[in-house]
Design a binder for this molecule. Sequence first.
Ligand code: DGY
Length: 435
Amino acid sequence: TEQLRASAIEVLRLNDLGTMTTAAPNLYPHMWSWDAAFVAIGLARFDVPRAITELRTLLAAQWTTGMIPHIVFTDDDTGYFPGFERWGTAGAAALPAGIKSSGICQPPVHAIALLHILDRARENGGSDREAAESFLAESFDGWLAWHRWLATVRDPDRVGLVEIHHGWESGFDNSPRWDGPYSRVVPGAVEPFTRRDTQHVTDASERPDDEEYTKYLWLVQQMASVGFEDRAVQEVIGFRVRDVFFSGILAASSDVLAGLGEELGRHDEAAELRQLAVRFRDGVASTVDPGTGLARDYDVLAEEWISTDTVSGFAPLVAGGDRILLDRQRQLLRGPQWMGHPDLRFPLPPSTSPTSPAFRPRTYWRGPVWPFLNLLFGWASMRDGQEALSSELRSASLEQLSDLKFAEYYDPLTGRPLGSFAQAWTAAAALEWIG
Ligand code: DGY
């Protein structure tokens, strides 16, 4: 583990630009919102002030609406497509001055990261503790505005589920979850483009395909056509889905933020956040298919449930809540369709079940194992007093990561590292698992 720790720290240093960490050296030379949160968790294991800086940089890009954008761009406009120009966010009224960002969001794991920073800082004491506590006081209103924006703009009907407008917002870009909704996205004239991702990841089967990319860009164009204005986007966009996993994270994170608000004596806001946590936890539970035991997304435009055998079906384990539901989910997770599948290299949940016809072991979100996700499940297990599950995930993850590649994702059957290597949040997950 000493070697794993040293190598993981090295990866975070290599990706460090000073006040932000790139998600990966070549494929993702910018800051991604939920990557940054996991990166902060890893940084807090050896450098609390630097972990604080990571979240501060991200929060500085918060739109005036409260949205935290999914990419904060560096000035490197060569490595990644679509860059700031192509996004067309320069003219968006809510983009803060001097910031270059995308115009969509990602799951709100940030309060969970903040809690990790505080925990480490309190263990260390001294100036770390002071810095973390003053960052909490300084940033609380920003995180609160972010949760409020999600709870209002993205859940206008108050069903306890967050509506997303692009697969990229889920973070599960090309998951089979979105095949139905994307099959109904009919791109108009998309400006010509050249992908860069397939120049870095040379085996194209590990990435989404060109048809998928055309739709991704069409949705961006639709948003840009209305200046990324929230209400207008909802009217023009060809992709409207209630994302159950995103919602589960909002529930968990709102509880955490409520606890932090209480610490600050912000009792009204804490009570409001507790209510949000209940609303989204109930929303997540309401999607569970009684037959399969898995939580489901909902396609707003097609007015139908989306049933897929994907790891997002375990959203209740992240959200927390009803004991009977969670026990059943844990049993399912350990069962032969998931962690207990006989062909797995390591007993870790693949992004899509190997028993599903949609399973592709090497293709991005269609099958590979994502290490950061296992860390999230591990954290939620500890929160719920499920130490055994957490330690199963931990030991399998440490074994998986001992190849020192810090890959973006892994083939669940062979254990082969895939996508980008030296991925920052994978290194961060390793550091947090080591403890
Ligand atoms: C990508 O470019 O693949 C990212 O996941 C988009 O956010």
